[in-house]
Write a protein of this length. Sequence first.
Lengths: 364, 507, 185
Amino acid sequence: MKRNKTVQIAAIAVTALVLSLTATTSASAATAKVNGACKTVGEKSGTLTCTQSGTKKVWKTTVVPAAIKSWLKDCNNQLSVVIGYGAGGATDIWARLLAKYIETETGAKVNVTNTPGAGGSLGINKVMSSKRNACTLGNVNLPSALQYLRPTSSVTYTKESLNLIATTGFSANVIVVHADSKYNTVKDLVDDMKANAGRIKAGSDGPGSDDAIAYYDLAQKTGTTFTQVVTDGSAAKVAALLSKQVDFFGGSITGVKANIDNKQFKALCVFSDVKSKFLPTTPTCKEAGYDVISTNMWSLFTSQGVLESRRQAIEDMLLKIAANTTYIADNDKLAIEVRPFTSDALSEEWTRQAVLYKSIISKL
Amino acid sequence: MSEIISNLQLGFDSVLTLNIFMWAVIGCGLGMITGVLPGFGPAAATGLLLPFAFVLPPTASIVMLACIYYGSMYGGTITSVLLNVPGEASSVATCIDGYAMTKRGMAGKALSISAVGSFIAGVIAVFGLIFSQKIAAIAITFTYLDVFGFSLLALTLVVGLTGDSMIKGLISAFLGLFIGMVGLDIYTGGPRFTMGLDQLQEGLPFIAIIMGIFGLSEILESIGGKKQPDYSGNIGSTLLKWQDFKDSIGAILRGTGIGFFFGLLPGSPAAASSFAAYTVEKRVSKTPERFGKGAIQGVAGPEAANNALGISNFIPLLALGIPSSATMAILLAAFTINGLTPGPLLFTNNPEIAWGLIASLALANVILLIMALPLVRMWVSILKIPTMILYTITLSFMSIGAYIIDGSMFSVLVLWIAGIVGFTLRRFGVPMAPAALTIVLGPMLEKSFRTALQVNYGEFSSLFSSSRANTAYALIVVVLATKMISSIRKSNKVRKMKSSAAMNGSK
Amino acid sequence: METTKDAPSKFLNGNRITAFVILLVSGNLLNFSLRYGLFLEDGAPGPGLFPAIITAPLVGLCIAWLIIGDREVPKVKQDSDSKDELTAELEAKLDEIQEIDSDGKKRIAWVFFWTIVMFATFERLGSIISLSIYSIGLLFSISNTKSWKVFPSTLLMILLVTFGAVKIGVMLPDPFNIFRIFGGQ
């Protein structure tokens, strides 16, 4: 009997082995494909080919700054990017794409981990408390990161606690209405908001969220009022507009481009200073006479205390990636604009937005 | 009609290449394996494997992710049936009778019927997918108010799950409802019951809770028990008999209908559909007392519902571009990564992808059935592992499963607290199934109620303005009234039987 | 799960204590809910409304449980004709709650002990070392197996599954880079 049991345990173990081998096979198949992707990059830039293990060739063919070399050595060629949002969201996709390019750039393995929760601040906390070797990078999104300025906020970080590196991703918010809607311009919408004070419904992620702040800003500047309908997440917001339970909402172009392309939604105006390259025919709200700005910026940061030369080297690397035409083309597919910001520019933009944010929430 | 056939042919043409077929098989296999890890539901599995979308061609990556999703749903069933460890809330309904069947030595049968039930439900649902444009046009007319009505109706299902003590059953239900309240209140932005913990702002990790109150508490109880259950001597035949099939085909078809419908409702939790299928089966059954003790219909119905829901979830995604669940959001991401836009345009611009996905789901059904049935014997042989060793391994895997929810020990801690609370409550006869249903229903009820009010400018009278919601309210009244009448009858009977019950009481 | 009728006095205290504990907790939660505010200024439901709707009945139910204690409505015994043999046999098998004897308590205590060890080591030593200690510890203390082969095969299985998980992209703590030594990334 006992012998029998042992045999069975061995059988189970063998099965487990087979199963994990299956996993391995497919994983390595994917790696092969990654190398293929790396090859395309190489063909474009003419510097590298990744016929074997994509990692080593890069080492030989690209000049790697000393600061990057020591960084990779400290990290055992293993980097980690912590995302404060769940898998499949815009931030997640942006980060995974960027991670892929950091891999080809450095030859290190980049793991993307999702630590969703508390509007991204759980991920930020995790990076803040990581070792001071910059092996762990994190994403920080403006303006959602500004939530620490809200009086009810329990968020513990401030701008000063983050060691900003650089921004690569950008997406402006756009006002959309249902394709059947009677509004064709943002002026139609504002006029109706004036005529039917408080009866026009805007889909929002909740008071104090980025979109609601933009609505309040618009309402204040036009002297109108509206009803806020809170939905749980961007997919729900899209569904609410499709089922005509709300009259309009403002969402990132990245999120609603598909619905606009599908002729489900009409785009009225873009909350940005320049027109979006993804919606060339849509005016900016400023052009339409309503000076409201509402955008999203995806940036990387690391913990304080990291060697400045190392941080600078990572910044340079990110800006180099942001200039890569293949990277830009890949982002175009996702309707993400590549708009690089250096750490200084990002810091300046942060301060500017923080002032604006405070002035709006103080009036609420 | 001929158009549909030519479209389907296009779909199958794009899928039935060796390359894509291989990815479909790998997807099903990977999905099944990841699904078997406790706590590893479809959303976790597809989320982890999303990076593949970056490296594979569009059809391959989407087909593979869809197959992973599909496979992991079946993988979750395996642990639910064999170990009473549900991978997520929707498998809890399967646990109830599936694990009871295992205790009866019918684990093989339970796994086979869930594979067959899933297959039938899947085939029917894929057929519905062909008409996704038309169905989606109806689905989009559902408002928050309608969803509120249906979730309230779903809540009355709890009555059917309370077991023998109504009070204890309701305590479990209300505790579950409460768990769903923890976290940030999205309407005001203020935290609720978070005790100052950032990790709780997004709410309690409910997969960890479900694993705790079911799997972990069961294991603790068995470890402490005087005599450990030993299934090794009697793991039963894996073969389905014609009679079993005849017994469960009704349940499968009803489950398919229920699951398909729930999958169309925006934001409806999968658990509600499988519990709905379970309670419906219990209600229509001639032998309701067998439920909870290994009724094959109690496995077939929820499994069919779960699978039909899994497929009808694709309808809002394909036809409207709206992801109705976390898993669908990840699939949507896979589309975007490949530069595709789900929605009406997908069918005109990339028909090979749209129809290819439909074809691949049909294919996944077949692949999964072919993979699942022969493997049943292997899975069941897990039960031959001496109980304590099996528990040791399961406990380790559960920790991994909980850890990866958010990459921290916090969820592992939640798992253990939930396990200990569940263990204690079960010892005093508080059933855990009602809590599993209400944990997912609570937030849905609150959000649909409050958003519906906002949509209607805060007028409470508007709650009765939708005919669909009113129908749901009427059904609630009917369900509660019949339950009351039957319990009055029952208590009369009890009074009559009291003396004999007292005599038979000691076993 | 139904409390068995054959041990009424044994669970008497337990039932009431549990009811009392839940009562205290839910009373506290109700208090919190009320403080969050039932309605907002404009009459819309506030953050505390649903929690209050949930916790208030919970308080009531706990009081009811406290009063009835372990006294239960006797179970409806179906007429023996209407119940087939199988069901009857099963009820006997499934309905009993496992009694936990002192050996069982010891085993559960061991589980808790090793779990605490696991908690302390999971992130510091990494998942492989921590889970190996955990499973060996558990096997030693709760299973009465004498076969030494059990240990390596259990370990092997845990190793394989962790490797499989890491292979498909699960991030597990690994401070000593063990995964890398074995070729995983």
